[in-house]
Design a protein around this ligand. Structure first.
Ligand code: C5P
Length: 201
């Protein structure tokens, strides 16, 4: 039987780090679903039609470092408001969730829409100030000259669009466990997430 862990939350809350660590710990496959929307966003920035780009998405398109930048993140959050784009990406995500070794999917709507029957649902969050600072440090390490204020504005704009959209908005599932990482180290957050998954196995 498959075992699915759904991890949702706002931008830069630590979902990616936690998801990778949980997947490595349990030997599960991991899908960062934000990359699907980023890949579509990147195609749209290059002139493509969003729905056509989503339908034509190839998992090999997800392996580009260029998808990590803030322009692509904003483009992703814009295409993600289109129900037809979301529809085109649903089957791939649901198929991935059924991987026989178990799967961790992280995103915005995994526990609510993509995998409502997931065995574990986590909603990972942190204050906007904490999330912006973490993302800013990451960007600085990669040579970006964005200011902390720019990064905070970026994160807040994306959260507002993601939480406010009509289709599959960013929201915690009613049965999700909330994990606020504002006051936690990465190691503490990972340990907590692993303990929650272990208790459900
Ligand atoms: O997680 P990440 O920051 O890479 O996601 C980029 C954007 O993709 C988000 O801001 C959101 O608009 C969209 N997204 C989504 N549903 C998901 C994952 C990401 O709408 N499951």
């Amino acid at each position: 039987m498959s075992f699915t862990v759904a991890i949702d939350g706002p931008a830069a809350a630590g979902k990616g780090t936690i998801s990778k660590a949980v997947a490595a710990h349990f030997g599960f496959a991991h899908l960062d679903t934000g990359l699907l929307y980023r890949a579509v966003g990147a195609r749209v920035l290059a002139g493509a039609d969003p729905v056509a780009a989503a339908r034509a998405l190839d998992p090999r398109d997800l392996e580009s470092d260029a998808l990590r930048g803030p322009d692509v993140a904003q483009a992703a959050s814009r295409v993600a408001t289109d129900p037809a784009v979301r529809d085109a990406l649903t089957a791939f995500q649901r198929g991935f969730a059924l991987r026989s070794e178990g799967a961790v999917l992280d995103g915005r709507d995994i526990g609510t829409v993509i995998c409502p029957a997931a065995q574990v649902k986590l909603f990972v969050t942190a204050s906007a100030a904490c999330r912006a600072e973490r993302r800013w440090k990451e960007l600085q390490a990669n040579g970006s000259d964005m200011t902390l204020d720019d990064v905070l504005a970026d994160v807040q704009a994306r959260d507002a669009r993601d939480a406010g959209r009509a289709t599959a908005p960013l929201a915690a599932a009613a049965d999700a466990v909330l994990l606020d990482t504002s006051e936690m180290t990465v190691d503490q957050a990972v340990a907590e997430a692993i303990a929650i998954v272990a208790a459900a196995r």
